[in-house]
Design a protein around this ligand. Sequence first.
Ligand SMILES: *Cc1c(COP(=O)(O)O)cnc(C)c1O
Length: 229
Amino acid sequence: MTGGPLADRLTAVRAAIADAAREAGRTESEITTIVVTKFHSAELVRELHALGVRDVGENRHQEASAKAASLGDLDLVWHFVGQLQSKKARQVRSYASVVHSLDRESVIDALALADGAAGVVIDGFVQLNLTDDPGRGGVQPDDLLRIAERVKAADGLRLRGVMAVAPIGEEPRRAFERVRAASARLRTLDPEAGSISTGMSGDFREAILEGATHLRIGSAITGNRTTPG
Ligand SMILES: *Cc1c(COP(=O)(O)O)cnc(C)c1O
């Protein structure tokens, strides 16, 4: 295994995830770590792959599709975590296995397979907006089950759970408690949809303590996004 700062950061984050899982009385194997590689080069993603990373996340379609195309020789699982326009949604299907940001009927319908069309099944998370600002991505808690029903009804999509970003200015653990409650409601609709996508560089410990099954970690592993590498 190669050394260097990237490997060191990855090792440190993996150790911190293991510590938090222990603290929560959970097993690490139920937690998937997605390394968010937005603004970083395809070369960095290749290095991450050499270090054992398989799940990577991107938030912009153009950047994601270019990277996925140039890394087609690697067995990577691409997660789309950004706000999605319905116009682009169909194209995201060509490389992403998981979409974390479902929040509108139009996007869900665009991502779904047309009646009778062949295609792989993509996993979908409904994104919850934990703020009052409709400009942030995600649905308000009252709309969660309605949007989740739409995902369930869509061909070629499998409902996995709920995703959220902790709002700035709220204690992350509090925010993640709300997500956990939303997840419990979602499971009354679909017992299989119990996954929780929460936890970023600054709050993954709190997310793990509140039941996160999917962490989306960028800068703590990749380094600062404004400087190369
Ligand atoms: C960028 C991004 C992340 C990772 O953020 P870091 O703070 O760098 O860990 C996670 N989730 C989403 C939706 C993002 O856009």
